[in-house]
Design a binder for this molecule. Structure first.
Ligand code: NZQ
Ligand code: ZN
Length: 390
């Protein structure tokens, strides 16, 4: 068990009709002008943006708006947002959407509050000193950005997808109404469930420092997400299931399921970020496609964890060798992904990358991770390439 810091400052307002409280929540932040930032269509189409505006009007808050965030959010729109915020003297950003909108908001927040090029933070050239405050109205349970310290942005020039992590950008509040997620396409719901699972799995498959309480919370979270992912596949309008998944999404990436461990593995995420950057696939689907290969590549170096996962999470009966039990757990997880129509390979993801493309992804991943990714097993460039090839 390692020492740890747990910092989860986000005020969560959870449940039906909670988005009506948005104006009041923003008012409590004592800001003078808000940027409402959102994605393509969904929040406009559902009437959510209009209702948020009404709520801000009622609270006497003035605002400007900027839509158009796409999945794997782009740096060019971040620059536009920074310019708009400076011109309009915006001092609070309200993200209405999912991980992409929240991450774009965080990037704009860094850009407005610090001088220089915001990409420097994502490019690891320097650290941010401050960030504009961010509030969230969440519309998809997935990335966990509503409570996380992370922001992931894609630079179109070179299609480079990079994360920047800092407590400065943890949202001040997150409004979570599970009903808002009922308009999601089934594919996005499944991608979300996969990402939620992965945020805990990344923290679970580590080389050491584990705590029983953390492991038990993690296992309960993973079992719960799998159970309700299946409920939602059959019954997408099931409120209880939407609520279970939504709360799991936040708990899975706010640090709770990693307390006392070594900081997590996150190699699957780093491998996926290269796939998402190069091929613009949905993050959750990219994770599902790469996880099985990663797991088979590393499980012998982290055997007790894989055995524990197989038994406690996937319900595998122990028997035979630990290796056999671990492999059965990995197979069961892949079966789960397939059961919710998630891919377990490049081919199922609809991709057929060339050798050159895989080499490029491995090289980029190695650069981003200082050629030292993971915890379950430390991966270098050759390992990354081997996993892509698998
Ligand atoms: O743009 P609109 O029209 O809103 O459509 C979105 C988008 O196409 C749609 N959507 C969202 N809410 C909806 C809805 N459609 C119907 N009804 C609703 N209620 O869903 C699509 C996906 O949205 P997006 O925000 O991209 O999804 P997600 O939350 O999965 O975010 C993915 C991004 O987050 C990053 C990923 O890499 C990816 O770029 N991540 C961010 C993390 C963080 N900041 O902590 C951690 C994660 O590991 C992840 O890397
Ligand atoms: Zn993720």
């Amino acid at each position: 068990m390692y020492n740890f810091e747990y910092f989860a400052p986000t005020k969560v307002v959870f449940g039906r009709k909670t988005s009506e409280q948005t104006g009041q929540l923003v008012k409590e932040e004592k800001c003078s002008k808000v940027l409402i930032h959102y994605g393509g269509n969904s929040a406009k189409r559902s009437g959510l943006i209009d209702s948020i505006k009404r709520s801000l009007d009622e609270a006497g808050i003035s605002y400007v708006e900027l839509g158009g965030v796409v999945p794997n959010p782009r740096l060019s729109l971040v620059y536009q947002g920074i310019e708009l915020c400076r011109k309009e003297n915006v001092d609070f950003i309200l993200a209405v959407g999912g991980g992409s909108v929240i991450d774009s908001s965080k990037a704009i927040g860094y850009g407005v509050a610090n001088g220089g090029d915001v990409w420097d933070f994502y490019d690891r050239k320097r650290q941010a000193d401050t960030c504009l405050p961010i509030g969230v109205v969440l519309t998809i349970a997935a990335a966990g950005s509503e409570m996380s310290d992370s922001s992931v942005i894609t630079k179109e020039e070179g299609w480079i997808k990079r994360a920047y992590n800092s407590d400065l950008a943890r949202p001040r509040f997150a409004v979570m109404d599970p009903e808002l997620t009922m308009t999601l396409p089934d594919y996005q719901t499944a991608c979300g469930c996969t990402d939620i699972l992965m945020h805990t799995m990344e923290r679970y498959f580590t080389s050491g420092g584990n705590m029983e309480i953390t492991d038990s919370i993690a296992e309960a979270l993973m079992r719960t997400v799998m159970k309700y992912a299946h409920v939602l596949k059959a019954d997408p309008g099931n409120y209880e299931a939407r609520a279970e998944i939504m709360w799991a999404g936040s708990l899975s990436h706010n640090g709770l399921t990693g307390c006392g461990n070594d900081g997590g593995d996150f190699a699957t995420h780093m491998l996926e970020h290269e796939i998402g950057g190069m091929f613009d696939v949905a993050h959750g689907a990219g994770l599902a496609a790469v996880w099985g290969s990663w797991a088979r590549y590393v499980y012998k170096d982290c055997l007790p964890r894989f055995v524990r996962f197989a038994v406690n999470v996937m319900g595998i009966q122990e028997g035979g060798s630990p290796e056999e039990t671990a492999l059965k757990g990995i197979e069961a997880m892949e079966d789960f992904y397939r059961s919710i129509d998630m891919p377990t390979s490049f081919a199922e993801l609809g991709l057929d990358p060339t050798d050159e493309q895989m080499k490029t992804m491995a090289r980029m991943c190695s650069i981003t991770t200082n050629d030292n990714a993971g915890s379950a097993r430390i991966l270098h460039e050759a390992d990354m390439l081997a996993i892509y090839e698998m």
